[in-house]
Design a protein around this ligand. Structure first.
Ligand code: 3HC
Length: 295
């Protein structure tokens, strides 16, 4: 089985920076690559903020924080990923951009380097097929917020080798995560089940079954979910939810994945959820209030 010591993370956004943090926390050396300095700065700030919180809560010493940060190198240069054992890609969900990146990495990295994508819904084999290492290519799907969520989906494409799969499964465990194995089917396990649920909540709202607050309250108190569907959709991002729904609808042609008109309207209006300040809730005040959607 491949021995992973060094890990590259491509993309320092919400997922990439969270992944870099948990990987460094597990003792690996990490190189994070971004395309612009401002994205690197944002990723570093996010990791520093999380670690500072841990220090303040007494879960980490100042020395441990410094040591951990010292294990992460931030770079704009793709060449810095040359000698790395495992590369985790967490860039935007755009197949063409991902393929372009993988082509470049394939030319740069030695044959032993394993490539994984943190994609939520894009086909692993569609990315692997542009490289000469489809057997050393798989998916590792982390969940937001990465430092908190225990699950990692280990996605095997039809060409992922047994050795690569086992290496990645053990790697996920070494991060303190709970891996599950899933096939390279659009949406994997979680989004296959989560997306119809989130979309159904929006349909229920459109049908006047209940208000945003009551539907959220029903699911948090009735099913003990940490967040109701609208709070969760805002948390995931309505643009992301819409994107995944479209990819899944295109793949399966099943109505349960079809994005409801209200979701599309909200995305077009720029209501992208918590990150944009507004989604089903308005986050501009001290506590979220329900957005007037004219329903
Ligand atoms: N980053 C890192 N840590 C965070 C965090 C963040 N964004 N948000 C909260 N935390 C930590 C806090 O520091 C706190 O840790 P501590 O108790 O050790 O200090 C802990 O999480 C609990 O936080 P809070 O008390 O502030 O808040 P909650 O108890 O409400 O928990 C939550 C917040 C963990 C986000 C919880 O509401 C939750 O689990 N929500 C559901 C999240 C979920 O379902 N995520 C999956 C989305 S689907 C996905 O990612 C797949 C994609 O493909 C769409």
């Amino acid at each position: 089985m491949a021995n992973i010591k060094t890990v590259g993370v491509v993309g320092a956004g919400l997922m990439g920076s969270g992944i870099a943090q948990v990987v460094a926390q597990a003792g690996y050396s990490v190189v994070v690559r971004e395309v612009e300095q401002r994205f690197l700065d944002k990723g570093l700030k996010a990791v520093e903020g999380q670690l500072q919180r841990a220090v303040e809560k007494g879960r980490m010493t100042v020395e441990e924080k410094a040591k951990l940060l010292g294990r992460i190198r931030w770079t704009l240069n793709l060449e810095d990923l040359k000698g790395i054992d495992l590369i985790i890609e967490a860039i935007v969900e755009d197949l063409a951009l991902k393929q372009e990146l993988y082509r470049a990495l394939d030319g740069l990295c030695p044959p032993a380097t394993i490539f994984v994508s943190n994609t939520s819904s894009i086909s692993i084999i569609a990315m692997a097929s542009v490289t000469g290492r489809a057997d050393r290519f798989a998916g590792l799907h982390f969940f937001n917020p990465v430092p908190v969520m225990k699950l990692v989906e280990v996605i095997r494409s039809i060409r992922t080798s047994e050795e690569t799969y086992r290496t990645l499964f053990d790697f996920a465990k070494s991060l303190g995560k709970e891996p599950v194995t899933t096939k390279d089917n659009c949406g994997f396990i979680v989004n296959r089940l989560l997306l119809p649920y989130l979309l159904d909540a929006i349909r229920a709202l459109e049908a006047g079954v209940g208000t945003v607050e009551d539907i959220d309250k029903a699911m948090t108190l009735g099913c003990n979910h940490p967040m109701g569907p609208f709070t969760l959709a805002d948390f995931v991002g309505l643009d992301t939810t819409y994107f995944i729904a479209n990819v899944m609808f295109e793949e399966y042609r099943e109505l349960r994945y079809a994005p409801p008109p209200l979701l599309r309207k909200m995305v077009v209006a720029g209501y992208h959820g918590r990150k944009s300040g507004r989604g089903f809730y308005d986050y501009s005040g001290p506590t979220p209030t329900v957005t007037d959607l004219g329903l």
